[in-house]
Design a protein around this ligand. Structure first.
Ligand code: DQA
Length: 139
């Protein structure tokens, strides 16, 4: 079982950035602990602040992993290019948001990626990544 975890802009600052929204723990630390809990799963992790780099990574992993966990940050709300990349690959993609995007500003309520994804997890903090792993393991 291979799972790729792909994170978009500003997620490198989780733990420092708006801790009242995203918490105090760094995403790096959290993901190291999470991936260690699943020794039978082969994980790759990737973060970029650039749209093109995220698309390249989706293309790179998207035909040979069993699932992708994608938090595209603000790109989720408007990147049709990332939505097309999600549609282009064969791996199922689970969209994750740390915060409950539906309880925040109006523009965060719409995801252009969601219709191309297998499912969406939002509002459970960093634990959303674990929930996404569990969802992919059960598929
Ligand atoms: C986010 C929600 C987005 O609206 C925001 O732009 C982010 C993080 C989340 O994980 O809650 O950068 O994707």
């Amino acid at each position: 079982m291979k799972i790729a975890i792909i994170n978009g802009p500003n997620l490198n600052l989780v733990g420092v950035r708006e801790p009242e929204v995203y918490g105090n723990q760094s995403l790096d630390t959290y993901l190291r602990q999470l991936t260690a809990r699943y020794p039978l799963v082969e994980f790759s992790t990737f973060q970029s602040n650039s749209e093109g780099a995220l698309i390249d990574e989706i293309h790179r992993v998207g035909f040979h992993v069993d699932g992708i966990i994608l938090n595209a940050g603000a790109y989720s709300h408007y990147s049709l290019a990332i939505a097309d990349a999600v549609r282009a690959v064969t791996a199922p993609v689970v969209e994750v948001h740390i915060s409950n995007v539906h309880a925040r500003e109006e523009f965060r309520r719409r995801s252009v990626l969601a219709p191309a994804c297998k499912g969406v997890i939002a509002g459970f903090g960093l634990d959303g990544y674990r929930l996404a792993v569990e969802a992919l393991l059960k598929k």
